[in-house]
Design a protein around this ligand. Structure first.
Ligand code: NDP
Length: 285
């Protein structure tokens, strides 16, 4: 409960989340734990709204310090911002907005979130083949992170809608031309020899679905699912059963939130406290 976390008074600064649906969002827990832990007089509230334009003018009128953006507004919000960071522009979506001197500035903190969450595996993926499943907003952030912040050998893409993957490849191909980006059909997936596999699709989100068969995985792979609900998707369970290393989306969630938190407050999020509270919450669900 918010009031057990934060003492609200006349000077409390409001930060927000806008999206729909947002009832199950973990962002209020992450940010309010951080405000409380650091003694910052601020509160983070989630607003379920499909009317982005009206919500944003309300945020401006009320002096909201910054806000997170989630489905379905990550692309459309760009139309209402005064400035957009280079990577958010290239990725084509914004998940964090900061208010600076009355201007809204948009960022995509999924890039830093993914980069930091993958740091312990840097050596293992160096010069290796990578397979990215999906070509939506999070796939674009993942690819931006991989080609700018890691030395991977080659990146393959599989996506249900081929045109979307081809568009991604064309948008990112010139950033680091020595890292080939290639589309693959579902038939070619079993023989790719990719060492690092990332699921960026929403297949498996709050469900028992999986994009690939159990025999797709082998023990030498590092398998990352961006999904954190459930913590162990079928995708990760199949991979784990072969002895592969598995990574779920929880660390990325916290790291992207920490980057947003820093942009808003210039304070470092107490990551370990946040993770402890999150795991308690997720375990109790
Ligand atoms: P988008 O809507 O932008 O993209 C969705 C992707 O999933 C597309 O590639 C889409 O394919 C694919 N997809 C959806 N349904 C199916 C299906 N039935 N069969 C095959 N492919 C399907 O979403 P995002 O990229 O923003 O988010 C994707 C996932 O990543 C979500 O589960 C989200 O929770 C998670 N995420 C986690 C984060 C974290 O911090 N851990 C951060 C951001 C996202 P197509 O193009 O064919 O429609």
């Amino acid at each position: 409960m918010i009031d057990s976390l934060i003492e609200i008074n006349g000077s409390t600064q409001l930060y927000a989340l806008i999206g729909s649906p947002i009832r199950h969002s973990l962002s209020p827990l992450i940010h309010n734990t951080s405000f409380k832990s650091l003694g910052i007089n601020a509160v983070f509230l989630a607003f379920d709204s499909l009317d982005l334009k009206e919500a944003l003018s309300g945020f401006k009128a009320l002096g909201v310090g910054g806000f997170s953006v989630t489905v379905p507004h990550k692309v459309a919000v760009i139309n209402y911002l005064d400035e957009v960071s280079f990577e958010a522009k290239l990725i084509g979506s914004v998940n964090t907005v900061v208010q600076k001197r009355g201007k809204w500035i948009g960022y995509n903190t999924d890039v830093v979130g993914f980069t930091k969450s993958l740091e312990p595996f840097r050596k293992n993926i160096e010069n290796e083949k990578v397979l990215v499943l999906g070509a939506g907003g999070s796939a674009r952030a993942v690819v931006f992170a991989l080609i700018n912040n890691y030395d991977v050998g080659e990146i393959f893409f599989y996506n249900r809608t081929q045109e979307r993957a081809l568009q991604l490849i064309s948008d990112f191909a010139s950033i680091k031309p020595d890292v080939p980006l290639r589309f693959v059909s579902s038939d070619a997936l079993p023989n790719l020899g990719a060492k690092f596999i990332v699921n960026t699709t929403s297949v498996g989100l709050a469900s028992e679905e999986c994009l690939v068969r159990p025999d797709f995985f082998d023990s030498k792979m590092i398998v990352y699912d961006l999904i954190y609900d459930p913590i162990k998707t079928v995708f990760l369970r199949y991979a784990h059963a072969t002895g592969a290393v598995t990574i779920n989306g929880l660390d990325m969630l916290v790291e992207q939130a920490a980057a947003a938190f820093y942009l808003w407050t210039e304070n470092i999020m107490p990551i370990e406290t946040v993770k402890k509270n999150l795991l308690e919450k997720v375990d109790n669900q």
